[in-house]
Design a protein around this ligand. Structure first.
Ligand SMILES: CC(C)(COP(=O)(O)OP(=O)(O)OC[C@H]1O[C@@H](n2cnc3c(N)ncnc32)[C@H](O)[C@@H]1OP(=O)(O)O)[C@@H](O)C(=O)NCCC(=O)NCCS
Length: 180
């Protein structure tokens, strides 16, 4: 597990990764799985448009209306140039993210699970959150999502409460991770 992890870096996706981004997206769509941690990637057929969207989403001045500023990262395995995971860091809350969405969303490629990548990715993302200036982050997961719950707990998540999200018809557990 450590060997694979050691070949990975958390970076912002760029134009050198267009094919990899498309493959990552397709892997989820083909498997019929919801693509978390990738912002609006499910809606962008052209990865270039997604990269542009990510860039304008980073700043309050340019973020599309109704969305909060956020940063998009990928866990990139340098040994075979593969994107093994994606993670989004939302800088701020709006009414939805304050209650249901939280600061961070993530996913690991369906073929790359249970190798420690989610823990690795979240650990590094928390460092970015701390550097950004947050004292704590909120992460939510569906009650039935054991893998996500265990990822959050492994990274120091403290359970707060369980809430029902009508929009997604989902029961969500809320966890806080202290960064101080
Ligand atoms: C949740 C997800 C990101 C986990 O990725 P991963 O790389 O397989 O996770 P890791 O290998 O880092 O394991 C993290 C923890 O989850 C546990 N875990 C992983 N898959 C599991 C599964 N299918 N069932 C139960 N536990 C599981 C691991 O044992 C580990 O826990 P531990 O430290 O207590 O042993 C991945 O399953 C995924 O992408 N799911 C779909 C998207 C999603 O649900 N995103 C989260 C939205 S809140």
């Amino acid at each position: 597990m450590m060997e694979e992890n050691d070949n990975c870096i958390l970076i912002k996706p760029d134009e050198a990764m267009l094919d990899e981004i498309a493959s990552y997206r397709a892997a989820f769509l083909d498997a019929g799985q919801k693509l978390y941690g990738a912002g609006l990637l499910p809606e962008f057929e052209d990865p270039k448009d997604w990269l542009h969207h990510n860039r304008i989403s980073e700043h309050r001045e340019t973020v599309p209306a109704g969305r909060v500023p956020s940063e998009q990262f990928v866990l990139y395995r340098t040994s075979d140039q593969k994107i093994v995971g994606m993670i989004t860091f939302r800088h701020e809350f709006n009414d939805f993210t304050r209650e249901y969405g939280g600061n961070i969303g993530y996913s690991v490629h369906p073929d790359e699970r249970r190798k420690g990548y989610a823990k690795r990715m979240l650990t590094e993302c928390l460092e970015r959150c701390r550097a950004f200036g947050l004292d704590r982050v909120l992460i939510t997961c569906r009650v039935e999502n054991e893998a996500s719950r265990r990822t959050i707990l492994a990274c120091g998540g403290v359970y707060e409460k369980t809430v029902y999200c009508e929009r997604d018809d989902a029961t969500l557990e809320r966890y806080w991770i202290d960064l101080t």
